[in-house]
Ligand binder design. Structure first.
Ligand code: BES
Ligand code: ZN
Length: 593
């Protein structure tokens, strides 16, 4: 097997690749440090190769030995500002090497939380995607290398440890937990969380872990998980990972969700109380095929993970909640894509990205997600759903546990989908989609009666109808988001005041609706004349940690001098509670302003 060049890793898997990892780590909350031993089983891609190179980021490498304890010659290279330091080990003909190490203060994958930042106890979680695994485990930190793993994790006995692996749902008396991941996974999917966690089953194969204060609400919110699994399997073949559990993180978790295999991590903001945000679960579940089974070869190919997953997610939504509901999500996705494209340099709007010499961690851009899924919707329209589905089911099976790059995928698409369907290259504009900017002209539209009704109410509102007289009976949260996004930035402040008074947007529990409201209130400068809106902005930025939403609200603030000043003031007090990823993302926005 040959591995692609990955500009975000020092590893040289074409010489020696890690095949299996045995991890033994102790979690020290007081020192905020993991201390451990990693034992690697090696696979020589080149017969006779003698050196193995691992990625590290601020790790203290204490010893490197062979299985029998003999010291092995090794060196830690100069730190690269994006990639960290390579650990080069002269393994000779050894099949096993052992590294003793400890994490450093700059362990960017780890967030250590005090009880004040949770609903109860101390908490630790990892976030390894895209290139942060190297800050808590020395590893070949490229999505192209896969390995199985086992782990022993030692934690304070009052806490439970869980990993992206076979878990026990029970506390142990001594705080020692064992895990096994028998399927090969890339390093970015190795994950650990430690906290005061309880478990509730959601069905035969699914369950949820959360802190005691939220676990019952979580079990209610995610009740459809097992049905989602069944729908996903009907679409694209068997779920290959055994169990599918969810872990609800404290509010500073920087993503909506993270598809750690067997154990998706999710933000607590999904607990809207009305199951309206569970499409994020459909998304992370879909990654069990697109991403975790067939994995982007490098981060330049991330649309093969995220775009496919958004497509798959909305197909699951359609199975469970119907085509009208799904059309609303597709419309919101398209709109967010257009907004984002307007802010990006053209090269960053291609599906095939060029991230060499850049930090792939900037946070997920919507291009890979929404343009990627729109591309598959376009193909679906061109060749028919049945043909595309048959191809995708076969693709996930044939390339399971392998990586995929853009060129290989396009060759498959041409030979196995387009040609048999008699669809010409120019009909679908493949090159323009993948190697060109923006959204090509043949993107499909998604008509939505539900949104047409909202548009009529938005027009009535702007024309002077009182908020209380609008016809909003039975609206879904997505319709409220659409209303707020449909209003012009110069909408008169009395209209916004009437809206907030009537519908209570500043006190919204649904984070999608709240964020759309805050963006409107800031963009229209209404926020400066209304205390509740201003308090809602400050409260939101202090309480929430999901990077995408923080970035959206800070970006709006940073657009005017007054907003920028307020943003800096809020950031100064809130930043300490943000996850390092979110903090860096916001700092970039404020620095650029
Ligand atoms: N895998 C991503 C999160 C991610 C991407 C982390 C790139 C680091 C680098 C996850 O599946 C995801 O896409 N999360 C989204 C939610 C989704 C419903 C769009 C998020 O966090 O917003
Ligand atoms: Zn995703």
């Amino acid at each position: 097997m040959s591995y692609p060049h990955d500009p975000h890793s020092h590893a040289r898997p074409n010489e020696i690749a890690v095949q299996h990892l045995d991890l033994d780590v102790t979690v020290d909350f007081d020192a905020r440090r993991l201390t451990g031993r990693a034992t690697y089983t090696l696979d020589r891609s080149t017969p006779g190769a003698t050196t193995v190179v691992l990625d590290t980021w601020d790790l203290d490498i204490r010893s490197v030995t062979a299985a029998d304890g003999t010291a092995l010659e090794h060196g830690v290279g100069e730190p690269h500002p994006l990639l960290g330091r390579p650990l080069t080990i002269v393994a000779g003909s050894e099949d096993t090497v052992v590294v003793d190490y400890a994490t450093g203060e700059g362990a960017r994958a780890l967030q250590w939380l005090d009880p004040a930042q949770t609903t109860g106890e101390r908490f630790l979680f990892t976030q390894s995607q895209p290139i942060l695994a190297r800050s808590w485990i020395p590893c070949q930190d490229t999505p192209a290398v896969r390995h199985t793993y086992r782990a022993t994790v030692r934690v304070p006995p009052e806490l439970l440890a869980v990993m992206s692996a076979e878990n026990s749902t029970e506390r142990t008396a001594d705080g020692v937990y064992s895990f096994a991941m028998p399927q090969p996974v890339p390093s970015y999917l190795v994950a650990l969380a430690v906290g005061d966690l309880e478990f509730r089953p959601l069905g035969e194969r699914a369950g949820v872990y959360a802190e005691p204060a939220v676990v019952d609400a979580a079990a209610w919110e995610f009740a459809d998980t097992e049905r989602m699994m069944e729908a996903a399997e009907r679409l694209y073949g068997p779920y290959r990972w055994g169990r599918y559990d969810l872990l609800v993180l404290p509010p500073s978790f920087p993503y909506g969700g993270m598809e750690n295999p067997r154990l998706t991590f999710v933000t607590p903001t999904l607990l809207a109380g009305d199951r309206s945000l569970v499409t994020v679960v459909a998304h992370e579940l879909a990654h069990s095929w697109s991403g975790n089974l067939v994995t982007n070869a490098t981060w330049d190919d991330i649309w093969l993970n995220e775009g496919f997953t958004v497509y798959f997610e909305t197909r699951i939504d359609e199975e469970l909640y119907g085509a009208d509901y799904t059309a609303m999500l597709l419309r919101l996705g398209r709109q967010a894509l257009e907004t984002e494209i307007a802010t990006l340099p053209a090269r960053d709007t291609w599906l095939s990205l060029a991230l060499a010499d850049r930090d792939p961690e900037g946070g997920p851009d919507l291009v890979a997600y929404e343009k990627g899924s729109l591309f598959l919707r376009m193909i679906e329209h061109a060749v028919g759903r049945e043909r595309l589905d048959a191809f995708l089911a076969d693709y996930f099976d044939r390339f399971a546990f392998q990586s995929m790059d853009t060129a290989t995928f396009l060759a498959l698409l041409r030979a196995e989908v387009l040609e048999p369907a008699g669809v010409g290259e120019s009909d679908v504009q493949i090159e323009a989609w993948v190697y060109g900017p923006g959204v090509p002209t043949n993107a499909p539209d998604f008509p939505s009666d539900a949104f047409d009704r909202v548009d009529r109410q938005a027009a009535a509102l702007v024309a002077g109808t009182a908020a209380a007289d609008l016809d909003t009976a039975g609206w879904a949260p997505q319709q409220w988001v659409h209303l707020l996004r449909a209003l012009p930035a110069d909408v008169p402040h009395p209209i916004l005041a009437d809206l907030d008074r009537t519908f209570g947007f500043s006190g919204q529990r649904n984070i999608e609706v709240l964020t759309a409201w805050l963006e409107l209130a800031i963009g229209s400068e209404y926020v400066w004349s209304a205390d509740e809106a201003d308090a809602a902005v400050a409260g939101f930025l202090a309480r929430h940690g999901r990077s995408l939403y923080l970035r959206r609200v800070y970006t709006k603030l940073a657009a005017t001098p007054r907003g920028l000043e307020r943003a800096r003031e809020i950031f100064a007090s809130a930043a300490a509670g943000y996850h390092p990823v979110a903090r860096a993302g916001v700092a970039r926005i404020l620095d650029a302003a």
